[in-house]
Ligand binder design. Structure first.
Ligand SMILES: Cc1cc2nc3c(=O)[nH]c(=O)nc-3n(C[C@H](O)[C@H](O)[C@H](O)COP(=O)(O)OP(=O)(O)OC[C@H]3O[C@@H](n4cnc5c(N)ncnc54)[C@H](O)[C@@H]3O)c2cc1C
Length: 247
């Protein structure tokens, strides 16, 4: 029998601009039930015959609330609507669903997260869930956007990296302004070196002997190219490379 994800309604509790093009929306289930999901899963919003998926950006915390972060796509029906709705409005969703998760033994493996834009939201969920757990393995996040003002959740990721030596945050700008001292170019160009460094760091830590896993999320062009790099050029086995495409 085919699995049909449940349908539920959620009310917009609050919203804020994360960047000039990305709006964070905090929804609360109307039925008051806790929002149960695996970090990395997504929900689909349904309106006016349009169904679009959004990764859950927050970690599961037993509350009926969950965050999503939506990039405004010019003339895109769903993202335009989600950028316009007001607190109090109710949206119909299905889900949660998806297999872009860190469940089972791989949750104990070091991880390299590679994201562009709102592709970082499932990783924010995974990082929030990990922050609540004591046994830490290295989790390094490479987030690519065009300009500094497009970096979403950067303050949070920097704070997490300051608090937890296992977390490393590598914001990467493809169109940096003068004075940017961080990484430049496309995320693809940083993956090989970071992977080698992560594998070496993980191998050197007691108890962190599992092979690292890569998690890649964003638009197809980036995801396809990073997958090709990891699988075909670097020869990583399929089980170690996880990806989610937004288009
Ligand atoms: C599993 C999954 C999870 C997703 N999670 C998110 C999420 O957390 N946040 C989010 O903003 N979108 C996410 N998306 C994309 C989302 O479902 C919609 O495709 C997007 O909001 C555009 O819908 P639309 O109706 O506004 O535009 P449409 O007219 O349907 O335009 C679709 C086109 O928009 C472009 N596009 C889609 N997503 C993005 C994006 N994030 N940034 C830039 N361009 C994009 C692509 O070129 C795509 O072909 C996800 C998609 C999938 C399949």
């Amino acid at each position: 029998m085919a699995f049909l994800p449940p349908t539920f309604e959620a009310r917009l509790a609050r919203a804020r601009a994360l960047t000039p093009n990305v709006r964070e929306l905090v929804f609360e289930r109307v039925d008051g039930e806790p929002m149960a999901f695996e970090p990395g899963q997504w929900v689909s919003a349904l309106f006016d015959g349009v169904k679009r998926s959004y990764s859950i950006a927050s970690g599961p915390n037993g509350s009926p609330q969950f965050d999503v972060a939506v990039t405004r796509v010019p003339n895109g029906p769903a993202s335009t609507r989600l950028h316009a709705i007001e607190p109090g409005e109710v949206v119909r969703f299905t889900g949660p669903q998806g297999f872009f998760t860190r469940t089972g033994p791989q949750s104990l493996a070091p991880a390299l997260f590679i994201a562009t834009g709102t592709g970082v939201t499932p990783m924010r969920s995974m990082l929030q869930a990990t922050a609540a757990r004591p046994a830490k393995v290295p989790i390094w996040l490479v987030l690519g956007v065009r300009r500094e003002e497009d970096l979403l959740y950067a303050d949070e990721f920097r704070a997490l990296a300051r608090q937890d030596p296992a977390v490393r945050f590598e914001p990467t700008l493809s169109q940096p302004r003068d004075g940017w001292t961080g990484r430049r170019g496309y995320v693809q160009s940083h993956v090989r070196a970071l992977w080698a460094e992560l594998a070496a760091a993980a191998g050197g830590e007691a108890g962190a002997s599992l092979a690292p896993h890569a998690y890649v999320c964003g638009l197809e062009r980036m995801v396809g190219s990073v997958r090709d790099l990891l699988r075909k050029e670097m020869g990583l086995p399929r089980q170690q490379v996880h990806s989610e495409r937004y288009d």
